[in-house]
Design a protein around this ligand. Sequence first.
Ligand code: ADP
Length: 467
Amino acid sequence: MNQCEIPLVRTGDMDADVLVVGAGGAGYPAAFRLAESGRRVVMADPKGELGGNCLYSGCIPSKTLRELCQISIRARRLLSWPGPVDFADLQRQRDAVQQIRFGQHQEELREHPGVTFLKGSVELLGKGRARIQGPEGITEVSAPGMILGTGTRVRRPDFPGAELCLTSDDLFSFGAPRIELPSELAVVGGGYIALEVASLFSALGSKVRVLVRSDTLLRNVDPELVSLLHGALHDFSIEFQAPVERVESAGGRRRVVYHSRGQERTVEADAVVIAAGREPVLPQGWKRTGIALDPRGFVVTDEGLMTSVSGIYAVGDVNGRAPYFHAAVRESLVAAHNLMAGNRRIDVMDYGSVPVTIFTFPSLAYVGITASVARRQGIPTVVARAALSEDSRAQMVQEREGEVRLFFQPGSLRLLGGWVIGISASELINEIGLAVSSGLTARDLAEFADQHPTTNEAISKTARTLL
Ligand code: ADP
């Protein structure tokens, strides 16, 4: 009997104040917040777990592998620790970390009895009504408030042989079949997932070649920062203007056929990873609600995260504004607050201070207004920088490449933005982001005693160059 033929039991109807569709970073913070304020919440997700794709197949598993890889790189370089890393072991540890977090979320659910969590997929029947279909049967829910947090999925390009390639889902999904560490890996794409995968596997010992369709990496990132990163990525080769035509099987290996300078070329590898972006996931029946989409298919929202339909909010990756888990969490709370206020906009999302990190080796992080953005928008800036070669922690682990660069408003010296490339970028950018969102100045940063010996010292040191 296939799935469609399973007789579905109507398990009943539920009335709630808010239906939360999807239990990722966009969903569960709002669900908990609303339940804490006495609202009756129904939340559903076909995974039957909280955490969304970030935990299931994204940030958590990929950064677990990166952390472990970082340990092995340092151990080898600094302690002459021999031995290759056992990739099967890394994959086991990846699943174990995911398991810990699933358990933690279950505990949080138990602490919020006002949230009814159903394993199932939501179909929208109209404004305020939905049907949830899961292994237990069908439940119909009436709820005047709705939060859509259905995220995105991997986009597979349509060239022949795309199905022979791996995607980030194959590399990172919970319980995904173990894969062998490829001796040679081809990566198709020039976005952050492509570069992170390339960096990770070359650090693990694979010979990696990246094929980029256009002549730019990281299209949405400040080009000046991208060129700094490009200069620092020593471990794998990148070929630009190399659109892939097809991928073929070649005696247990893969052959990628692509174009370069008017000629057909090929590269062979043990595996090919395609990272061609992600596309929005909308619940079935979304059209019945009347919500508007933008030309790329993401849900249109205002600064309070409400869609074009009052009472329906779209939060996280599905609105295409800032596709990062931490942004989704904050957006989720903004939506919850506005729902609690009877759909009045009492809270708004500040997109100007969401930090972003690209977890390559070395990593890169940025927030707010940076060099090229300022130039493009005609915003004058005063620039300060400090090289990480002089940072004590960078010296301890001998990762001295990179810099902190901060951009201030002339006169007031208010911090507008900044970037970090190199050690601890993902940590430093939080302090810089908080300073941007709080309107701090170079003097505020300069007078703060960043703790020694941490790389954060580079932030106050950078600010002090202006005073
Ligand atoms: P975000 O970071 O925006 O929360 P994620 O992609 O991490 O995005 O999470 C989105 C979640 O939404 C996923 O766990 C996915 O299973 C869930 N989802 C997608 N479509 C539906 C649907 N129709 N009904 C319920 N949940 C859904």
